[in-house]
Design a binder for this molecule. Structure first.
Ligand SMILES: Cc1cc2nc3c(=O)[nH]c(=O)nc-3n(C[C@H](O)[C@H](O)[C@H](O)COP(=O)(O)OP(=O)(O)OC[C@H]3O[C@@H](n4cnc5c(N)ncnc54)[C@H](O)[C@@H]3O)c2cc1C
Length: 364
């Protein structure tokens, strides 16, 4: 490596940010991570279906003090993966409760992160701050676009609950689907499940500052369980009723995005800040880790910071676009026309009327 040690700020301490910090510290850089939440995410669910464990190990194990430890198996509980990456870093290099409000001197060679009015300058700033990224506008004016559908995610202790749900139905050319798989949470086994359904943009929330924290809806809409029954039958509806009662059900509207460029001056985006995709791709967190790994390779191979960031941009833009294309292809079944998605209440009404008509016909 030909670049002298750098001081680098990583904004966001989720899977993307911690991956980047691990990789950058392996290169001998002083990477400091800033996270707006007050504490770590080792207890946070749910599960990721597909994770490249080889990549995850390479990201962490280059660190001198990182002994390997087992990673919990399929599906991979988010908190376990997070803790695995966190343990690769000196704890004092991750600053919790640090809300980066803006960047000062964004076009200079020493841009600064601003927290509570205090500016701290760095050689490079990495925006790993997720779907509603604060740093993104310093790099690109492109904005996430709503895909036309939402995944209702359920997380519930496995004990005593028959599951996971499984079913699909096409209603007027639009696919609705419920599925799930088990995972090991901090307090025992869990069902990690989802319902994919079309929903108009007027009924969903904008991207949150943290993809993993869809705030659990205190009031699940009244149509939710009846719709799962009308779409997928009584057994699946019972699962979702149990999930609402004993677990957590949260809506995750699917927003899509691919940054171009991902680098401006000395600010570089990675993870969901650079690309937002459907969970259907199974590759959002994976691509965040890949971004971090590739960023490290770029710094390793280049002889200057601008050269490293140019190398990174050249590889990261097509990576984000490829993921975005996959996400669009996956979404066509759930929302053929994202701008005109049908409301779940309309679907429930339609299905209820159809069922009544069938009952009437059968009774004659
Ligand atoms: C239902 C669902 C299932 C999924 N399944 C999979 C799967 O099977 N496989 C897979 O690879 N991916 C999956 N994903 C995608 C994956 O969860 C995300 O792509 C991944 O979490 C992105 O990580 P990130 O670090 O880029 O961003 P995030 O996880 O969004 O983290 C961003 C971090 O930045 C912090 N932050 C934000 N703003 C600031 C600020 N101003 N200052 C300081 N900190 C800030 C946030 O608090 C947060 O900790 C799934 C996603 C969903 C919704």
């Amino acid at each position: 490596m030909r670049i002298p040690p750098l001081k680098i700020a990583v904004v966001g301490a989720s899977l993307g940010g911690l991956s980047a910090a691990n990789v950058l510290r392996q290169l001998g850089f002083d990477a400091q991570v800033y996270e707006l939440f007050a504490k770590g995410f080792d207890k946070r669910g749910g599960a990721l279906g597909s994770v490249d464990l080889g990549l995850l190990r390479r990201i962490r194990l280059g660190n001198p003090d990182s002994a390997d430890r087992a990673i919990k198996g399929h599906g991979h509980f988010y908190g376990d993966l997070w803790d695995y990456l966190f343990q690769g870093l000196p704890p004092e290099s991750v600053h919790f409760g640090a809300d980066v409000q803006t960047i000062a001197d964004a076009r200079s060679d020493r841009p600064a992160i601003v927290i509570d009015g205090d500016a701290t300058a760095f050689d490079v700033i990495i925006g790993a701050d997720g779907g509603k990224s604060t740093l993104r506008p310093f790099v690109t004016q492109k904005q996430p676009v709503y895909s036309g559908y939402t995944v209702w995610r359920g997380l519930v202790p496995m004990q005593g609950i028959d599951g996971p749900p499984s079913g699909s139905r096409i209603v007027n050319g639009i696919r609705y689907e419920t599925l799930g798989f088990p995972c090991v949470g901090p307090d025992g086994p869990l069902w990690n499940c989802g319902v994919y359904m079309a929903m108009p943009q007027t009924e969903v929330a904008e991207p949150t500052r943290n993809r993993q924290v869809g705030s659990a809806m205190r009031d699940i809409p009244q149509w939710f369980v009846p719709l799962t029954k009308a779409l997928f039958g009584q057994r699946n509806a019972q699962f979702w009723a149990d999930c609402v009662k004993h677990g957590k059900v949260t809506p995750h509207p699917i927003w899509e995005f691919a940054a171009d460029p991902v680098v401006a001056g000395r600010i570089a985006l990675l993870g969901d800040a650079a690309h937002l995709s459907s969970p259907r791709t199974g590759a959002g967190a994976y691509t965040a880790m890949l971004d971090a790994w590739a960023l490290g390779r770029a710094f390793n191979d280049a002889s200057s910071v601008p050269e490293a960031l140019a190398l990174d941009n050249r590889a990261a833009v097509p990576r984000a676009k490829t993921l975005n294309d996959r996400s669009r292809r996956a979404g066509r079944a759930f929302a053929p026309d994202p701008r005109h998605s049908v409301s779940p209440t309309e679907v429930l009404d339609y299905l209820t009327r159809s069922i009544k008509a069938l009952d009437w016909a059968a009774a004659r």
